[in-house]
Write a protein that binds this ligand. Sequence first.
Ligand code: ZN
Length: 59
Amino acid sequence: MCDLSADCSNDGTCQLVLQNEHTGIKTTEYYCKAHLVLRVWEVEDDDELHVVNATKLWR
Ligand SMILES: [Zn+2]
């Protein structure tokens, strides 16, 4: 399961927890290992969001 692309069939599921600096709302997204890296880059460019936690899930 990968939130970036429904067609993604990469191995390795990672859980990414993000927090909005303004609202304080946390969201959890799931990505494969490769797309997690892309998403983290995106978040680092976003002033409102920051990464709370990124965890690799073994399943
Ligand atoms: Zn993916």
